[in-house]
Design a protein around this ligand. Sequence first.
Ligand code: NAP
Length: 308
Amino acid sequence: MTEITCIGLGLMGSALARAMLAAGHRVTVWNRTPGKAAALTAMGAAEAPSFSDAVSASPILMICIDNYASTRALLEPQGRAGLLAGRTLISMTTGTPREAEALCAWVQAQGGRYLDGAILPGPNEIGTSSGDILVSGDQAVWQIAKPFLSCLAGRVRLVGDRVGGAAALDFAWLTMSMIQFVGVAHAANICRSQDIDLQAFMDIWPFDPAPVDPETHTPELARRIKEADYHHPTATLQVWGEALAHIQAQARDSGINSAVPDFIAGFFQKAVAMGLGQQEAIAIYKTLLATEQEGQAERRDGNMAPTG
Ligand code: NAP
């Protein structure tokens, strides 16, 4: 037996497992596609041969995969659900408050305990003394999970016993980052149209040695556009786009105005359709250039159309 099992070894799931191993915890890991565990087993992790073995290996499970539908598809098949009895599931996957509440109710119905987590920093900050992780759920479950969560970020805190609370705050935070992406993309386009070097825009921001989130810090986003540095994402444009779809769903679920996320989603959907899903989120800048080129082509075609 190990103390905790990490399910999902993508960019974020690997970072979580790495931080817990570095903190001295005994960890089992599992990923749908094999071959992603080598760096973690080199640090002492045990790799489970199957999902059921992964669940059986520890009393606490931490899952960080693409969405809640995939989480439920993993957990719900006949014969697997019973594995959760007496175990604690911590979901670090991005999802809506409603999805968190539904998963919590389902896990409890299987005799398990549930805690919902929302990760604000990128993978590079996991295991450092900075960054926020928000958690919501039962106080007693928080006490069980705390020794594992507290090594993951500088500030890890229970935000309340309403299980959807962490997801709601995460969406509020993510919305601000998304607005930043769209704003910097347009700012860069203004500079381009006026032949102004983007460095001049970056220089407006005072040097900040420890920005709240380095990944979404305005001058850093502008630098990526200036240097066409889109190819080393710590969260892919596709992952941001999926989070945005959840933010739209939350607006629908709760009946609030969805105009802001709907507007931003247009840029992300176009970027994914352009094949930019595996790049940095700020690659949405390229959608602005593409739209301009499409507009120019349409006008050219219009001018060439026969008249009369
Ligand atoms: P990622 O690098 O794209 O990895 C996705 C992970 O999900 C992989 O382990 C993948 O397994 C797994 N997965 C996808 N579909 C699955 C399925 N049907 N069944 C089982 N596993 C499946 O994404 P990530 O950046 O690690 O993000 C994971 C979660 O963390 C997301 O909810 C994201 O919103 C959240 N998050 C990420 C960041 C970040 O900066 N990266 C920050 C905060 C929160 P395979 O290898 O088999 O494809």
